[in-house]
Design a protein around this ligand. Sequence first.
Ligand SMILES: Nc1ncnc2c1ncn2[C@@H]1O[C@H](COP(=O)(O)OP(=O)(O)OP(=O)(O)O)[C@@H](O)[C@H]1O
Length: 444
Amino acid sequence: MPTKLDLTKHDAPGDATAPFVEVRDLLVHFDLRGSVLSRLLGRSQAKVRAVDGVSFTIGRGEVLGLVGESGSGKTTLGRALLGLVPSTSGSIRIGGTELAGRSERKLRPLRRRVQMVFQDPHAALNPAMTIRTAVAHPLRIHKVTKRGEETEKRVRQALETVGLTPPERYLDALPENLSGGQKQRAVMARAAVLDPELLVADEPVSMLDMSVRAKILQLMLDLRDRLGLTYVYITHDLATAKLFCTNVAILYLGKIVEVGPTAEIFASPRHPYTRALVAAIPEPGERTEVPRDLPRGEIPDAVRPPAGCSFHPRCPKAFAPCGWEGRDLAAALEARWAQVGTATYAEERQLVGDLKALDQPGRRLFLRAPAEVEPEKVLRLLEKARDEAPEERFWLGVRTMRTVERGVEVELHDPVAPTLLRAGRAEIACHLYDPQLAPLAPSV
Ligand SMILES: Nc1ncnc2c1ncn2[C@@H]1O[C@H](COP(=O)(O)OP(=O)(O)OP(=O)(O)O)[C@@H](O)[C@H]1O
């Protein structure tokens, strides 16, 4: 894969000052009430906060990359742009038209203007349908062409546009006769045949061989140039986002943590999550899989995201206001117990009792001392855990620890949810860039 695509000659057409896509405070929450999952979890009010307050704009001809790990909400956000999932609240304007709250019937004309290309070209094409029928399908659905010969002409044009030339070679072919790259070209032709303005491409090259990835991305840029397209490019792969996007938004648990021009994001990543992602980009030639050396832990549950900054449990720079909770204390103790010997573990474990009791929201935690155990002993254990793990960020979130009737109370700092703040040409949602809070951060 070359290290550079030809981005430069494709000047963004149209009025660069008026955003073509404008998303404001978008929430997409999935209700889990009545679902098998909610019954299993016993959470009758459970909601998945898939997209949780997202705002961005895209100028005509720009390519916005939505980048994040699995579960960060990229696909849901992309589908919301097509009106394929209803937004819970907020606004989506495309070319000045508001999508949010539109009925299915009123969305239909807009669907022509916004098309989606999915990850798996094999699954996207019906194996029993010839390429002619597949590419003509959207024209029929949207009743764009009236006569067969008009349809045929548009299909041929679309195939030529995506480089499936001469079209005669492909019109009667079945998907099984095409290579992966050719299939993705056919999928692109099916999207392009409607003459859309916005294309949402969800991992369009991740299932293709390395050798054809750059060709498909270059084709997409050529189409942008020739057809005046604007793109949303959804990926977990920063390496292709760097090549392909004019701007990048880094998503974590349904929120944008950093957004800005691609060159700026890659030259000076600021959010600790972006830094970890950028540091984990494989060298050319290595396989581009999900970065492995991210800070500890899995991406948390979007049903109950961490308080404050969602990234704080994994963040190597987290400090007092980042949103510490009881479950973070449980995680800190578990991390300690993974290091100590069996005897110490057994002794300490019985002092602390049920860790699930810590799994409650709120900034005052109560650890009940077992019967016959002095609360003072539990407090000494916590102090020892803190003193012996200076690298454990949780302790920065502790305001006080003291014995109370039958146990120990741990008071935490108030959580503060970060908002996007400007730094350079990017915007970052991190307290390290908040002039009021940054001075509280330790220098290491
Ligand atoms: N229809 C749905 N009902 C309930 N939860 C959903 C639904 N669709 C997505 N989710 C949840 O919303 C969150 C975001 O999912 P989404 O697929 O948008 O993330 P993603 O970043 O695209 O992940 P991936 O790269 O794995 O596709 C996840 O927790 C997912 O389980």
